[in-house]
Design a protein around this ligand. Structure first.
Ligand code: ATP
Length: 916
């Protein structure tokens, strides 16, 4: 049955034919020339050269020319091109050429900007590159998934995405969700036992397949196939789906644009008929005007500019360690009203140091800082007996431990759980010889820690006898529940005094210490199995209190969130007293109210929303509680951001408006369920992302407040001219020039606007607030009218000064350009005055855009070939000065309006009651 003789060199082709599932584990190891200790680094590197990277070929990208042509695939652009063709046929060659050039310039700008936006998202994808835990050179290391090779030994646990096809070597409670591969939604149980060679993919319980998700348990497994040789590679499915550049807001705006287009086309037809039949315009002129007008009035560039605004927001957030996985999160973040955060590592530093030990003989104080295994252990009460009892607790902490401590002198680091690292340091301080103890009690098996049962247990053989030892550490109440006795001062067993322990633990908790209880049980011989149910009847040895100070930046970020009207709630697995103490240090609320998981269980879904709003700390919770809390807050119309890291957090992360996973601590399952990942696991990054989110939303509104009235004002002027049978203030190519060159260039600059001052001092916006607020609607109407008045004002003034129509039209285009520039400066601050040094200095984007537009406009007015193309004339100096003054007048009027509205308190979005 075996395809290759044992010991034969593995080959990429071998991976596709070897029935790994039906071979026993040793045979698989032999075939791949591997051992359970993992590969040596040099061997792994050689194999990587031979087998290639563990990655699937990327999907073929859409070719550039197709993406470019997509910019012409818009009904209005097509109508415009058709009009150009008609113009060409009737001999208006210049107009036809101008239209085609303008449309092309517009498409090039769109294409380049879209490329930039795509690129920022591509960078994010590389920032989220997954890693896997493998054994190399005999030790656990974290390596990039791409570098995995056949023969690697993987260490997998709940929440991990299986990174390559692998043969199970050892499994404990392992269940794997293989729905991506088999469509079966119930997780499959896995074990190391071989299965029949004929078993189909879904029944190969000894195999793990790339792309599937470990939903429970732990495993070590041997990589047998990587990259395209994996099952998922062979069916050509993609691992991480590629994010698209779309959000509800973008779709809403695209829909709005489409609707608008239809209306504009109908209006154009009516206007055309009216112009030709009633006002006797030549039909070709009328056609070009109405088409240019329809193109001008429809904000077809809006979705592109908004995509760019979002992409810039994503880039800014990434620079602040908040990696957005799904673009809509950028919009939603700005509306966040509640942030529910984990405690350990997010609000606190997750740098644990043991501070106290509680035993029945007395209480000990532990000195020293960091993970250095040096420092004194002093008996506060109980003297030497307490010291002996403390050493017993430290021994349990050493045995029931998966972390590794390394370093020297002042630089000590750990690999693994910080609390376990602190226990290793504590063992050093109590003078224990870790190596000797490990030899004396070799570990046989373990029950890993789980947030559900809140303890970890290890089974050890006694090297010098026939007995065995179970060591347990965990949440003290939990360990006390599993205990039947306690250790007396001399190490003998005494009756358990739970009340006494509870009081001692509460004291440590009130001091902000995180408390862990320790217990053991001796067995007469080695049991044949060791599972969760076998952990009971323990002897309680005592507890250790750790300090884990709040992050300084988290304290600041909490204050910032509170001033921004965002409530911060801590949801932790820790003890209520500890959580409350840390919450007060963080100043989560003026009066911190703590609710425990147990209390949550006794509250009905109807009562929960009120409680969830009132409380700021949820202690001793399980991941299931998180889901209830999110739902309860959402029922009160909150926009909830929620953090999580474990596989069980996934449902709550999905339910939250903004699920946030930890980049370092988080499992693949949590990251995939989230819309955002924190690269540094730090709460301050959430606040930073909210800040950027608000700024992005402001910029989107600015882009809208820009595009609609600038298009509207110009269209209004032309429609009025046709309606009243006046001479047109602009020719069709000029209309296109204003819309597709000036307006788009300037509008794009708004996408780069930095956040305004006070962004985090105003209340959150309502999630259901319309994008165009009453204030903005008023603004659109006002500015449209002002633009229209400016255009007609200059047009009739020019004619009254004896200028011909072509010069008067050139002046109209120039005045529109100047009005747009001044309006841009006014709009950079939606509510505040633009008359400030910062306001006048602008951003590089604004200055570049203005400089570009000014140069283009001067060329438009004075260059002979431009004059020929657009039928323009040079504008004399005095007229030029008057044109600039019209712009200044607009700025003054708009500043006056802002000032009046501020005085009248008319900015609904600045009012606290506008929040909810
Ligand atoms: P947060 O949810 O804020 O990160 P947490 O880390 O305290 O808080 P969990 O990881 O669910 O939450 O831990 C809950 C409790 O389980 C801890 O307070 C501690 O008592 C216990 N515990 C945590 N880690 C271990 C471990 N490695 N071994 C044994 N017990 C542990």
């Amino acid at each position: 049955m075996m395809a290759e003789t044992p010991g034969s060199a593995p080959s990429p082709a071998g991976a596709t034919v070897t029935p790994w599932h039906s071979l026993d584990a040793e045979a698989c190891l032999r075939l791949l020339a591997a051992t359970t200790e993992g590969l040596a680094s040099a061997d792994a590197a050689a194999r990587l050269r031979r087998y290639g990277e563990n990655a699937l070929p990327p999907p073929t990208p859409t070719p550039g020319w197709r993406r470019f042509l997509r910019h012409f695939n818009d009904p209005l652009i097509l109508v415009l091109l058709a009009a150009a063709l008609i113009a060409l046929l009737v001999g208006q060659v210049v107009d036809a050429v101008v239209i085609v050039v303008v449309v092309t310039v517009n498409a090039v700008v769109g294409y380049v900007q879209e490329g930039n936006a795509e690129q920022s998202l591509a960078v994010l994808r590389t920032m989220l590159a997954p890693s896997a835990c493998v054994l190399r050179d005999g030790g656990r290391v974290q390596v990039g998934v791409g570098t995995l090779v056949p023969g690697d030994v993987l260490m997998l646990e709940a929440g991990d995405r299986v990174p390559a096809d692998a043969r199970v070597l050892h499994a404990r409670g392992l269940r794997v969700d293989e729905s991506v591969l088999t469509g079966e939604s119930v997780p499959a149980e896995k074990s190391a036992a071989p299965v029949a060679g004929s078993a189909d993919l879904g029944s190969r319980t000894s195999m793990l397949y790339s792309g599937t998700l470990v939903s429970a348990g732990q495993a070590t497994a041997l990589v047998v196939a990587t990259g395209s040789a994996t099952e998922i590679g062979r069916i050509g499915a993609l691992l991480g789906q590629v994010e698209t550049l779309s959000t509800p807001l973008l779709r809403q705006i695209a829909r709005f644009s489409r609707g608008f287009t239809a209306v504009a086309l109908v209006a154009a037809v009516v206007l055309f008929v009216f112009a030709v039949a009633v006002r006797d315009y030549p039909w070709m002129d009328a056609l070009l005007v109405v088409v240019a007008l329809a193109v001008g009035v429809v904000p077809e560039g809006l979705p592109a500019v908004i995509t760019i605004t979002l992409a810039i927001g994503v880039r800014r957030m990434a620079a602040r360690d908040a990696i957005v996985r799904r673009l809509p999160a950028v919009e939603t973040l700005g509306a966040t009203t509640v942030i529910c955060s984990d405690k350990t590592g997010t609000l606190t530093r997750n740098e644990m140091t043991a501070r106290s030990i509680g035993t029945s003989a007395g209480r000990l104080r532990v000195l020293g800082s960091g993970y250095a295994p040096r420092g004194e252990v002093l008996a506060e009460t109980g003297g030497d007996a307490a010291l002996t009892a403390g050493t017993r607790v430290a021994t349990l902490g050493l045995l029931c431990n998966d972390a590794r401590l390394y370093g020297r002198e002042t630089d000590w680091r750990i690999v693994g759980d910080p609390m376990e690292g602190a226990l290793l340091a504590l063992a050093g301080k109590t003078g224990l010889d870790a190596a000797a103890i490990a030899r004396r009690y070799p570990r046989i098996d373990e029950v890993p820690f789980d947030a559900g049962h809140r303890f970890m247990a290890t089974l050890h053989a006694e090297a010098d006898g026939h007995g065995a030892l179970i060591c347990v550490k965990g949440a003290p109440e939990q360990v006390l529940l599993l205990s039947r006795a306690q250790a007396a001062a001399d190490g003998s067993e005494a009756p358990l005094d739970t009340g006494l322990w509870q009081r001692a633990i509460d004291v440590a908790g009130v001091e902000g210490q995180r408390v862990l209880g320790f217990a053991w049980r001796r067995l007469g011989g080695l049991p044949s199995r060791f599972a969760l149910e076998d952990v009971h009847g323990l002897v309680f040895a005592g507890f250790v209190g750790f300090i884990d100070p709040p992050r300084e930046e988290a304290v600041r970020a909490v204050a910032e969130c509170r001033s921004a009207g965002i409530a911060v709630k801590m949801i932790t697995g820790d003890h209520a007293a500890t959580a409350a103490a840390i919450a007060s240090q963080l100043k989560l609320a003026d009066r911190v109210r703590v609710v425990t998981g147990q209390a949550l269980d006794s509250v009905s879904d109807d009562e929960l929303p009120e409680l969830a709003e009132a409380a700021s700390v949820f202690a001793r919770t399980t991941p299931e509680h998180k889901l209830r809390i999110v739902r309860a807050l959402q029922s009160r119309r909150h926009t909830v951001a929620m953090t999580g890291d474990g596989v069980n957090d996934a449902p709550a992360l999905k339910q939250a408006d903004i699920g946030i996973a930890m980049g370092r601590k988080g499992t693949a399952a949590a990251k995939e369920a989230s819309v955002m990942v924190l690269a540094d696991d730090n709460f301050a990054s959430i606040a930073a992302a909210v800040y950027e989110g608000r700024a992005v939303y402001d910029n989107i509104r600015k882009v809208l407040a820009w595009t609609l009235p600038t298009n509207g004002g110009e269209a209004l002027a032309v429609v009025m001219a046709i309606a009243f049978g006046w001479v047109l203030p602009m020719t069709p190519p000029q209309i296109l020039w204003v819309n597709m060159v000036l307006t788009i260039t300037l509008g794009l600059a708004l996408a780069f606007e930095p956040p305004e001052a006070g962004v985090m001092r105003r209340p959150p916006r309502r999630a259901d607030a319309p994008l165009v607020s009453p204030f903005m609607l008023w603004r659109i109407v006002l500015v449209s009218l002002l633009f229209c008045a400016g255009a007609f004002g200059i047009f009739s003034w020019a004619q009254s000064r004896g200028h011909d129509v072509a010069t008067a039209r050139t002046m109209v285009v120039n005045v529109l350009c100047v009005l747009e520039i001044f309006y841009l400066f006014s709009l950079r601050y939606l509510h505040a005055s633009s008359f400030s040094l910062r306001g006048l200095r602008g951003t590089p984007a604004v200055l570049w855009a203005v400089a570009g537009v000014v140069v283009a406009q001067v060329a438009f007015t004075y260059l002979p070939w431009m004059q020929m193309a657009f039928d323009t004339r040079p504008v004399p100096l005095l007229e030029g000065v008057v044109i600039v003054l019209v712009g200044v007048a607009l700025l003054l009027v708009l500043e006056l309006e802002k000032w009046l509205l501020r005085r009248l308190d008319a900015f609904e979005e600045l009012r606290p009651d506008g929040a909810r």
